[in-house]
Design a binder for this molecule. Sequence first.
Ligand SMILES: *[C@@H]1O[C@H](CO)[C@@H](O)[C@H](O)[C@H]1NC(C)=O
Ligand SMILES: *[C@@H]1O[C@H](CO)[C@@H](O)[C@H](O)[C@H]1NC(C)=O
Length: 479
Amino acid sequence: MWRSLCAVLVALLACLFGLLTFLVDPWITDPPRHHQVDVRTATDYAVTADQTGKLPVLLLMTEAVNAAMVTHALLVADAARPFFQVHLASFGGAYAKLLEESGFAYHVLSPVWTEEQTAAIYAVDQFESFSSPYTKEVLQEQISSSLQLYSKIAPSAVVAFFVLSASISARIARLPLFVDMSMTRETSTDPRAIAVSMPDSGVVAKLGLRTPLSHMASWLMKRLNFITPAFEAVAREWNITGIHLVWDLMEGDYTVISDIPSWAGVDAAALPPQVTYVGPLYGKLKKDIPKEVLQLRERATSEKQPLVWFAMGSSGQPPLVLATLRELLKQQPKWFIVAPVHALLAKLKINASDASAKAEAGLDSPQLYIPPELLPSQKVEPLCDLALTHGGQGTVHTSMCSGVPFVGVGMMPEQDLNIRLAVNKGRRAARGTHFIADIAPFFCTLLLPHTCGKPLAWGILGALAFGAARFLLWLKHIC
Ligand SMILES: *[C@@H]1O[C@H](CO)[C@@H](O)[C@H](O)[C@H]1NC(C)=O
Ligand SMILES: *[C@@H]1O[C@H](CO)[C@@H](O)[C@H](O)[C@H]1NC(C)=O
């Protein structure tokens, strides 16, 4: 009996160790704080910038499956226009249309992401799956397509917005690589930052495990490498070393952080020279406010009801977003809601422009407007009284700059952190507003049925690796 118990224990430990070595490289004693890549590719592949006296070419490569990455690229493109000939490129995606219509030269690289691969990118990004869409074959094709473009347009530099294969292709071509990130590697892996991303009301906090678990999570995060083997293998073929951790794909030769250092609690003077904070980069689409929004605003004012901005980004989890929106309509039928979630609902095969499909999904309400396309949120949100959001960085920045109080429910640790920073800074303003104080618990109870009631042990195990909230969401998917 004891012997078999021992065997089970040993097997369990072996499994855990297997999982650990799959996710992280436990052998690194002193994980690097910043990325250093070493390029030994033959100089034959080097692309030299066009020297004909025209403005230099700047290539912005963006992940067009994500709205935030596309809006970042477009903001940078606009700012760079006086100094560069700006070219845009992507591997396709739901938001590629914005690139196409931007008026800048736009190149579609191959292979174009399929719907399954897009879902896989999000699943990996949110730790819901470990099956990486970045296979060796995909990377090789992406790199070959990128190299062709580089030699065609001869850029002076490449700026990547979550285009992970650029960390290899730009190095092969010996082009300076700039990368856009929402926070530094140090902030993302800081135990204090991880601790605040764990909810106050969660099991972890109640058991007093926040500090030890955040240190363990930080240890793991600093060594995270579960999608990198394919990248490492391809980089090796090109004699490029230094790509080993997930962070090595996220950082460039120069890393640009779209945030405010004092806001993020970072001492800008202590940053290495290759890291720069450039302030918020949130979407400012050059479109007009749709008449539907203006009509809702008028009705909300005359009926003395709030107009709510319900924004869940493009990385939101569709089933959760649908459930929350449905519940919101049921519990607050008099509120007016602008919900730019068309693309998220489309992932559930719900066509929100179609009245009968909308009714079938339980979203049939004259108070609710789901725009068919992205809205100029910088113009629409200031018209709203309250925002209910997922706490994505751009969404938080838009709310702050619009002066609209928001209730955030993070769907991943980074978002929990964004929300916490805003709560800490905005506490004084929020205290006097009874309206918000009433709504926050309400919004949380909406989500509670989806995140609670899971076994304690699972919660603790999950919190170890990923932060409790995210793990519970993940559990919901697999249970
Ligand atoms: C990698 O390095 C080896 C040895 O220096 C060299 O023979 C080979 O051509 C290099 N490969 C590439 C793709 O540059
Ligand atoms: C969604 O419904 C609208 C209105 O019925 C229709 O015009 C549109 O083509 C539909 N979109 C898709 C992707 O089916």
